[in-house]
Design a protein around this ligand. Structure first.
Ligand code: PXL
Length: 280
């Protein structure tokens, strides 16, 4: 069985980071070995009074213990990291594990809607640039893509702007760049895939629902990571990731639940098993 080391925080409420990665990656038939970077009572978006327990000092011993047990990853997939120091540790560990040639997938989870998440500053962006330069696959949203490339963040844009961002990001990712939350018209939102290995690109659209849906970037990136680990073509992997994420958003929109608490993805997990088994 393939194995992903998933390096993210665990937030008790909000169905993001590890609470999304664990069920989603498992449903794809890939073992998910979680490396919690911090424990929070909820994510930090539109929430007040959350707890935050930093686990920086545990990350390296965690990896070393696994190494002593002979546990090595097919993929190292990083998301929300609690601090610049964590970025440095992860970069060192990625260099050490390069011996085993894992696929390195980086979701530079640090910003959205033009602003950095709470607790991050411009030095964090610089650290994230260094980590991204070790990636095979990069999965930013438009805000993160603009911050990583020093480009202007735009809300109204065309295909040329997105393509230019994707090409600029290929200075970081060795294989694929997938930009999320890309919307060329009011009623759709999707992802833009740039495959550097074949110099091809494509836009995958999905229906857009009003509102902000927390954790959907993590859900998308987790499905994509699992299918890339299984060896699926990047376009197919992105199509599955988009479809699963979009169905979960639709369900949440129709249920009228508070989107801060995450999207209702659970009942669609069997879809992932079918996709992974080739039974679509
Ligand atoms: O979904 C991204 C994310 C992950 N982890 C934490 C967050 C956020 C976004 O707000 O706050 C703790």
């Amino acid at each position: 069985m393939k194995r992903i080391f998933a390096v993210h925080d665990i937030s008790g409420v909000g169905k993001c980071s590890l609470t999304a990665a664990l069920p989603v990656i498992s449903a794809c038939g890939v073992e998910c070995s979680p490396v919690p970077t911090a424990v929070l009572s909820s994510h930090t978006g539109e929430m007040k009074g959350y707890t935050f327990r930093d686990l920086t000092d545990d990350i390296e011993p965690y990896f070393r213990h696994w190494l002593s047990l002979g546990i090595v990853p097919d993929t190292i997939y990083t998301g929300y990291l609690g601090s610049g120091k964590q970025i440095e540790i992860i970069m060192r560990l990625i260099s050490e594990f390069s011996l085993y040639s894992p696929l390195i997938i980086v979701d530079p989870a640090m910003a959205d809607s033009g602003v950095l998440y709470k607790g991050f500053d411009s030095s964090y962006i610089d650290g994230m640039k260094d980590l991204c330069s070790l990636s095979d696959v990069l999965i930013p949203n438009i805000t993160e893509a603009a911050m990583l490339t020093g480009s202007e963040y735009k809300t109204g844009y065309d295909r040329e702007y997105i393509h230019a961002l994707a090409k600029a990001l290929c200075g970081y990712a060795k294989k694929y760049t997938v930009i999320t939350g890309v919307s060329f018209s009011e009623d759709e939102s999707g992802c833009y895939v740039y495959d550097k290995t074949a110099d091809r690109s494509g836009y995958l659209p999905a229906k857009k629902y009003p509102g902000t849906y927390y954790g959907t970037g993590d859900i998308f990136a987790s499905v994509l990571s699992a299918f890339l680990t299984l060896g699926f073509d990047v376009m197919k992997a992105a199509e599955y990731a988009l479809e699963f994420t979009n169905k979960s958003i639709k369900e949440t929109y129709e249920n009228k639940t508070d989107p801060r608490f995450g999207v209702a993805f659970e009942k669609f997990l069997p879809d992932l098993m079918r996709y992974a088994g080739g039974k679509v």
